[in-house]
Design a protein around this ligand. Structure first.
Ligand SMILES: Cc1cc2nc3c(=O)[nH]c(=O)nc-3n(C[C@H](O)[C@H](O)[C@H](O)COP(=O)(O)OP(=O)(O)OC[C@H]3O[C@@H](n4cnc5c(N)ncnc54)[C@H](O)[C@@H]3O)c2cc1C
Ligand SMILES: Cc1cc2nc3c(=O)[nH]c(=O)nc-3n(C[C@H](O)[C@H](O)[C@H](O)COP(=O)(O)O)c2cc1C
Length: 450
């Protein structure tokens, strides 16, 4: 019908063009706005951090340089481009690696935009510390590729790249020595504390997948707890295992949530993992079945700035996740239900509605209260039109664009491979890769993925 009416066709074409023009006009200023040039003598401390460690070290580095009398600017790599660096004389890079040798989210846009070809950085002197872990195949992968790119761009290293394996204190001292600054007096997180297993409940009885548990820990301390939605808990393996590498779990409770007297409880959603060779994962299975109520674990709370609410308090939230990723989404929903604010849209995936509908009652309550304006639950084994959350997002591309046009922010929580990678591709397809990068730069696209 439309094609047979040239006037209507023209009008429709005009509306589409106007819409595209508006999108471009809205995004261009965000995207093209150059970073303000460096003031003479200014030191830049540039960080790339997924779970907050490198950001914290960068802040301490900036503070120490200021204490020495320097003028300092602190910025995530995503906030910079090659032109900005070209105008800078002194830069200090504090960068970690995530995924499988990947750049952290707050450096992805920089990597895509700036690091594809060498830049002209002949006037730049720099130092670089790379945070990583030798437990991963691509040790300090992103730090190394950033260092290579800086060297290929003609920048001058003041000293050889410093690589930190799992917070190795000698390497951190080498960083402070190389800059001639004092090492930090205050540790980043409170030290390890004991907590008791207070409650454990199977959340997916009859599931075709591995069991998922609600785990509640009670801190053995009366100090007021400090954490917020988006933060994580590190748990040490059992003392007799000879393994001293902490595992991280996203907090699903808020500190002041419980009406019960006594210390605040830390709520986690833990899947009893099976490794590729079929053997049980150590810490998740210990939490799931080895520990008895009243037994203790060593744990510490850790801020995860990249998944907190920060500047998104007054924005509608699109919360996307699968499996245990519900933990971080539930924490944000609890916070939103408590403080009020624009509504949320939850897109959540699991296997079967009959067994894996985690937090179904809470979700229904938030829908009834109005905190949740929309819920899309996608079950991969139930034979619906969409198997995974990324398929539902792709099918809802128009609604997604409207949500973002209404100043929305996107939070993704759960497994990186499969879920978060697929969601990232679906978001880039619906919004455009540049627009998605611009949202990340603005802190409106945040992820807690593992
Ligand atoms: C930011 C973040 C949030 C997370 N949130 C959740 C969540 O909410 N719920 C959830 O269920 N899971 C979550 N995880 C995953 C969780 O941290 C564990 O990886 C998972 O529970 C499996 O641990 P495991 O000890 O059972 O398995 P294991 O196979 O024993 O260990 C898993 C990983 O730990 C490392 N590791 C194991 N043994 C050693 C060793 N001897 N020395 C050094 N490293 C070793 C390896 O990288 C290994 O692949 C999260 C991970 C991250 C990074
Ligand atoms: C999910 C995940 C993936 C990681 N991948 C790598 C990797 O590929 N190479 C590496 O050297 N370190 C890797 N690490 C270790 C981190 O780089 C290291 O823990 C670092 O201190 C984290 O810094 P951040 O808190 O700033 O993100 C990984 C850590 C996690 C939790």
């Amino acid at each position: 019908m439309l094609a047979s009416d040239p006037l209507r066709l023209l009008a429709a074409g005009g509306v589409v063009l106007a819409y595209l023009g508006l999108c471009f006009a809205c995004l261009r200023p965000l995207w093209r706005r150059p970073a303000p040039p460096a003031a003479p003598g200014e030191h830049w401390v540039c960080y790339a951090s997924q779970t907050g460690g490198a950001e914290h070290l960068a802040r301490l580095t900036a503070d120490a340089l200021r204490a020495r009398g320097e003028t300092v600017r602190l910025a995530a790599l995503n906030a910079l481009d090659a032109d900005a660096l070209a105008a800078c004389r002194n830069a200090w890079f504090v960068v970690s690696t995530t995924g499988d040798g990947d750049a952290p989210d707050n450096a992805q846009a920089f990597r895509r935009r700036a690091m594809q070809t060498p830049a002209l950085l002949g006037g730049l002197d720099y130092g670089l510390v790379a945070l990583g872990s030798r437990n991963y195949a691509h040790f300090c992968g992103f730090g190394r590729s950033l260092d290579d790119w800086l060297a290929a761009s003609g920048a001058h290293p003041r000293f050889e790249r410093i690589e930190v394996d799992d917070h190795d204190s000698d390497a951190l001292t080498a960083w402070h020595d190389a800059l001639g600054i004092a090492p930090p007096a205050v540790p980043r997180t409170p030290g390890w504390q004991s907590a008791l297993l207070a409650e454990r409940r199977l959340l997916n009885p009859g599931s075709a997948g591995e069991p998922v548990y609600w785990i509640e820990l009670e801190r053995d301390s009366r100090e007021p707890p400090h954490w917020e939605a988006g933060d994580v808990l590190d748990v040490l393996p059992p003392a007799d295992s000879g393994d001293d590498t902490a595992r991280t779990y996203t907090l699903a409770t808020l500190p002041h949530e419980s009406d019960a007297p006594g210390p605040a409880r830390l709520g986690l959603v833990v899947r009893a993992q099976r490794r590729p060779d079929g053997t049980p994962g150590r810490v998740s299975n210990w939490l799931a079945s080895g520990l008895r109520p009243g037994d203790t674990v060593q744990m510490r709370l850790r801020a995860q700035p990249g998944f907190r609410i920060d500047g998104n308090r007054d924005r509608p939230l699109l919360l996307v996740g699968g499996g245990t990723g519900i933990a971080g989404l539930v924490a944000h929903l609890k916070a939103r239900a408590e403080t009020g604010g624009p509504p949320c849209w939850l897109v959540y995936g699991e296997r079967n509605a009959a067994h894996d509908h985690l937090f179904e009652r809470d979700i229904a309550r938030w829908q009834a209260d109005g905190a949740l304006a929309r819920v899309d639950a996608v079950f991969s084994r139930d034979g619906g039109a969409h198997r995974y959350v990324q398929h539902r997002l792709a099918a809802e591309a128009d609604a997604l664009r409207r949500w973002i046009d209404a100043d929305g922010a996107i939070y993704v929580c759960g497994s990186r491979v499969g879920m978060a990678e697929g969601v990232d591709a679906a978001l880039a397809e619906a919004l455009g890769r540049d627009a998605l990068d611009a949202l990340a730069v603005q802190g409106r696209y945040r992820r807690d993925v593992y």
